[in-house]
Design a protein around this ligand. Structure first.
Ligand code: CAA
Length: 240
């Protein structure tokens, strides 16, 4: 049977590349997005992949969105929790709203989306869940206590859920990208970005497809003994 995948935050950046890699492997893909209608329309026209607009930080919206996707494409057996935002500021300047937005969108979304697909995966005795963490969840980052906490939370979430999923052949893995050439990284001040690139042994930013190929591996039928792991793809910037 053809696999069905949902990629959150799937119409731009790393999410878009993940959708393209999964689609290219013959998987039926649904690309979720949160707000940018123009980017979603462009993505759909260029890739032929259906888009679904809902807020992943909203529990009920995830239940409804996943039900809509299952009715269009069939039962969902692959979930890629990729949606993420930044609200960078040093701790004294960071507001409670900046904290909540990043925790709810980046980490709360993983809970919401997993709750919407878990029962079905258990019943069918198969599932692939990939959570996109970050090098900054592994090592922290100046100006990102909210983002680092959320991404670090994703790494713990992954390891705990992997233990629950194993008996149902649901694998749960994290992928930790380094700095990738996307709109999110383009928002980093240029002089700061220069310093960051100097600390990457490969001396370049990653591409979205560098990351997406790792996700494709973790979603594959052949990866059924890989669970609870963190695949770091960062040009050597962080090695432990
Ligand atoms: N790496 C290295 N040095 C950094 C840094 C970083 N990520 N962020 C800030 N610094 C340095 C600055 O270069 C500066 O050093 P100097 O005084 O020697 O020039 C010092 O810290 C203070 O920084 P600012 O003057 O910029 O302080 P600010 O209060 O005006 O702004 C800030 C603070 C909003 C955090 C701003 O520095 C910033 O946006 N930094 C980038 C933070 C970052 O790396 N975000 C990652 C976004 S991409 C992402 O999150 C995707 C992913 O998963 C990897």
């Amino acid at each position: 049977m053809k696999h069905v995948a949902i990629v959150t935050g799937g119409t731009r950046g790393i999410g878009r590349a993940i959708c393209e890699e999964l689609h290219g492997a013959g998987i039926a893909v649904a690309a979720n997005y949160g707000g940018n209608d123009a980017a979603a329309a462009k993505f759909q026209a260029e890739t032929g992949i259906n888009t679904y607009k809902f807020d992943v930080s909203d529990y009920q919206a995830c239940q409804d969105g996943v039900a809509r996707i299952a009715s269009d494409l069939g039962p969902v057996d692959i979930l890629v929790n990729n949606a993420g935002i930044t609200r960078d500021a040093t701790i004294m300047k960071m507001t409670r709203a900046d904290w909540d937005a990043v925790i709810d969108t980046n980490l709360g979304s993983c809970f919401n989306m997993v709750h919407a697909v878990w029962d079905g995966m258990r019943e069918r005795n198969f599932g692939r869940i990939v959570n996109v963490g970050s090098i900054n969840g592994q090592g922290g980052q100046y100006g990102q206590v909210n983002y680092a906490a959320a991404k670090s939370g994703i790494h713990g979430f992954t390891k705990a859920l992997a233990q629950e999923g194993a008996r149902y052949h649901i694998t749960v893995n994290a992928l930790a990208p380094g700095y990738v050439d996307t709109d999110m990284v383009a928002a980093v001040p240029e002089r700061v970005l220069e310093k960051i690139i100097q600390n990457i042994p490969m001396r370049r930013l990653g591409t979205a497809h560098d990351i997406a190929r790792g996700v494709l591996f973790l979603c594959g039928d052949d990866a059924d003994f890989v669970t609870g792991s963190t695949l770091s793809i960062n040009g050597g910037q962080h090695m432990y």
